[in-house]
Design a protein around this ligand. Structure first.
Ligand code: GZL
Ligand code: ZN
Length: 362
C-alpha cells in the first residue's frame, strides 16, 4: 500500500515539476521575458529591502508585499539586506541571474551602487529605487525613484522648534540640542541632519553633539545614556526616527529626568520622524514626543503604479515623492511655513490614536 502510494505521490510530483518548469518564464537571449501562457503571466519583481531595523521599515515591507502580491499579478522575490550593502548587492546579482522583470532597491546608504546597477542595466532589467536614494555617476542607472523629501521633513521640525522657542520666549542660545542620527550615509540621515544643522546655524541654537543611533531603539538608548553623562544642559533631543525616540526616552527617564515640552522647568523635549506606529502617535498625544514629522512608508501602491506604467510602455516621472503630515499636540502652532509653502500641523486625537497612521492610498 505504502509503496504504491509513494509511487503515486512521486509521479504527481514529477509532473508538477514539469508543469512548473514548462509554465515558468523562459527568457529569450536578449533577457526580456516571454511567458508561455498569458493568464499565468506574473510580473517577477526582485525586492532588495534595507532590513527590519524599525517599525517604519516593517510597515514599508508590508506595503510592498501587499501591493506586489500574487493576486495583483506579481511574483515577488523579497530579500532582507539586514542593513548591509554587501547583502543587497548579492541579492541584486541573484535577481539578475533569475532574470526578474524588475528590480526594486531600497538602498541602505547612498554610495557604492554604480557597478551592480550597471550589471542590471546590461541585463535589460529596470531598477526602481524606493525610500532612500542612490548617489550614482549616471541617473540612467535607475529608471525612477519614489520616496520622501527628508530635508523638507527636517525643515518642518526645525521651523516648529523655532516657532515654539519664540512663543515661549526662550533665547536661541538657551536651546541645547543633541542629534541622535540615523544610519550614517542613508539619504534619510543626510537630509534630516542637514536640516537640523542649517537651522542651528541660522537660528544660533547650541547644537551640542550628533551621534548615530542607527535608527534602532537599543543603540539610541545607549547613545542617550552617554550624552546625558557628557552634557548636563541638554533640553532638546532630535531623534531621526521614532525607534530612536523610544530609546532616548527610556534613557532620559532612567536618569530620573522628565521628557516634555516644559523646557523652562527642566523637561527635556524629544522631537522625531516617522509617525508610523501607534505608540509614537500616542506619545505625541501624551506630550512625551513633542512633534513628529511623518515619513510615509506606504510605497507599495506607488511602486505598483510605476511598474504598471512601465508595462504599458509609458515613461514615469524620474522622481516622485509621497505626501507627509506633521504631528504635534501643542495647539498654539497650527501651521508651519517652509520655503514659502504652508504645511498644516495635525493634532492627533487620543481616542483615535491610530488616526495618524497613513492610509494605503491609491
Ligand atoms: C525613511 C527611512 C528611515 C526611517 C527609519 O524613509 O529610510 O529608515 O525614517 C528607517 O525608521 O529605519
Ligand atoms: Zn493623520
Amino acid at each position: 500500500m505504502k509503496n504504491r502510494g509513494f509511487n503515486k505521490i512521486k509521479s504527481i510530483l514529477v509532473c508538477m515539476l514539469c508543469m512548473l518548469m514548462w509554465s515558468g518564464c523562459n527568457a529569450s537571449p536578449g533577457g526580456e521575458h516571454i511567458n508561455t501562457t498569458a493568464d499565468e503571466r506574473k510580473i517577477v519583481v526582485g525586492f532588495s529591502q534595507v532590513g527590519a531595523e524599525s517599525d517604519w521599515r516593517n510597515a514599508n515591507t508590508e506595503s510592498m508585499k501587499n501591493a506586489l502580491s500574487s493576486a495583483n499579478g506579481y511574483a515577488l522575490i523579497y530579500e532582507d539586506g539586514q542593513q548591509k550593502q554587501a547583502n543587497q548587492i548579492r541579492a541584486i546579482r541573484t535577481f539578475i541571474q533569475q532574470e526578474v522583470d524588475y528590480i526594486v532597491l531600497a538602498p541602505v546608504t547612498e554610495n557604492g551602487w554604480d557597478t551592480v546597477l550597471q550589471e542590471a542595466k546590461d541585463a535589460g532589467i529596470p531598477v526602481i529605487i524606493v525610500d532612500r536614494m542612490v548617489n550614482v555617476s549616471d541617473d540612467a542607472l535607475f529608471t525612477c525613484r519614489v520616496g520622501s523629501d527628508f530635508e523638507l521633513e527636517a525643515k518642518k521640525v526645525a521651523e516648529w522648534l523655532n516657532c515654539y522657542m519664540e512663543l515661549q520666549g526662550i533665547s536661541p542660545k538657551e536651546v541645547h540640542i543633541v542629534n541622535i542620527q540615523g544610519t550614517l550615509g542613508a539619504t534619510s540621515q543626510i537630509g534630516r541632519t542637514k536640516g537640523l544643522e542649517d537651522a542651528a546655524k541660522a537660528y544660533d541654537w547650541d547644537l551640542l553633539a550628533e551621534v548615530p543611533g542607527d535608527y534602532t531603539q537599543a543603540k539610541s538608548r545607549e547613545v542617550m545614556e552617554g550624552l546625558l553623562k557628557q552634557f548636563a544642559n541638554i533640553n532638546v533631543v532630535y531623534c531621526e526616527n521614532d525607534n530612536e525616540a523610544f530609546g532616548a526616552i527610556e534613557a532620559i527617564e532612567a536618569a530620573g529626568k522628565t521628557v516634555g515640552s516644559d523646557i523652562k522647568n527642566g523637561e527635556i523635549m524629544v522631537v522625531s520622524f516617522d509617525g508610523v506606529n501607534e505608540k509614537a502617535v500616542q506619545y505625541v498625544t501624551e506630550g512625551k514626543i513633542t512633534c513628529i514629522a511623518e515619513c510615509n512608508p506606504l510605497h507599495g501602491p506607488r511602486v505598483q503604479a510605476l511598474i504598471e506604467a512601465l508595462e504599458a510602455g509609458e515613461t514615469p516621472e524620474k522622481f516622485s515623492y509621497v505626501d507627509e503630515q506633521f504631528f504635534s499636540a501643542y495647539r498654539d502652532i497650527s501651521e508651519l511655513k517652509v520655503d514659502g509653502t504652508v504645511y498644516p500641523v495635525t493634532f492627533p486625537q487620543t481616542e483615535e490614536g491610530t488616526e495618524c497612521i497613513p492610509e494605503e492610498t491609491e
